[in-house]
Design a protein around this ligand. Structure first.
Ligand code: ZN
Ligand code: ZN
Length: 272
């Protein structure tokens, strides 16, 4: 079992059930990753040119995700999910959606990379599911594929001065952030391809505003290791783990689970 999951299951029993579910999902993703062949080929010079132009690397590329393996992955995911609207019911609706028919999947994946928020919203409308539930299901099943494609290009991303708030590989909005243990550098993380990239401390990753009075953060219960950075210009928020306070590298998948109370507080304050 993941050691962070073990630790938090003992110290934060209110999250124990969700953490056990996360462990099952991590095991599922690890076994799916073993079956994925690296298949994306972008010439190094073309990759650099794209990144330097501020375009995510996967934009406009055909992602070689085998449709049958992706559908199998979604079906295998089903027993790991809770029953009900936020789990198995949403997955069943997704599997029944015409957009996930074998002939449509390639088109749909390209659209997902071009504009993931719009694509997830459209699927949510089509399946009468909540966008955040769908985003979770899709990220869970797609992450091992995109992570494997991204792995070959991570060094290139590091060598290019990527300054945007969106993921340099797949163009997703960041999902969580950490302040690095060794130097406090702000690192954003992608929920889809698991890429991490550096970003200005005093800039909103969503609207890229640097207007200081509009950018703030809050913590709760003297827990300085976990904070919420919010932007009063675009009303978005992102949870951040300060590794200098927690004194260890953060596993953001686990940290996301044990900070669900921060999501509630941020939403209560009107952030999305
Ligand atoms: Zn990404
Ligand atoms: Zn903003």
């Amino acid at each position: 079992m993941n050691t962070d999951i073990q630790r938090y299951a003992l110290t934060m029993p209110q999250y124990q059930e969700t953490l056990i579910c996360l462990q099952r999902i991590l095991d599922f993703q690890a076994s799916l990753a073993d079956r994925i062949e690296p298949g994306l080929r972008i010439e190094p010079s073309a990759a650099r040119a794209k990144l330097r132009a501020g375009l995510p690397l996967f934009a406009g590329e055909f992602l070689p995700i085998p449709v049958s393996l992706f559908q199998e992955a979604l079906a295998d995911l089903r027993p790991l999910l809770p029953a009900g609207e936020t789990g198995q019911v949403a997955l069943d609706r997704l599997l029944a959606s015409s957009q996930l028919a074998p002939m449509q999947i390639e088109t749909w994946l390209t659209e997902l990379i071009a504009d993931s928020a719009a694509c997830v919203q459209r699927l949510a409308d089509d399946t009468s599911s909540h966008p955040s539930t769908l985003a979770f299901l899709l990220n869970t099943a797609l992450s091992p594929f995109l992570d494997s494609f991204a792995a070959a290009y991570r060094e290139q991303v590091e060598s290019v001065d990527w300054r945007r708030g969106m993921c340099p590989m797949c163009g997703s909005e960041p999902w969580m952030a950490r302040l690095a243990h060794k130097d406090g550098r702000r690192i954003l993380a992608c929920p889809l391809c698991r890429t991490e990239w550096g970003f200005d401390r005093l800039r909103c990753p969503f609207c890229e505003s640097q207007d200081q009075p509009l950018l703030r953060h809050f913590t709760v219960d003297d827990d300085e290791a976990h904070r919420v950075d919010c932007c009063d210009r675009c009303q978005r928020y992102i949870k951040t783990v300060d590794e200098r306070v927690s004194d260890r590298p953060a596993n953001l998948l686990v940290e996301d689970v044990i900070t669900a109370h921060l999501d509630l507080l941020a939403r209560e304050q009107g952030y999305v």
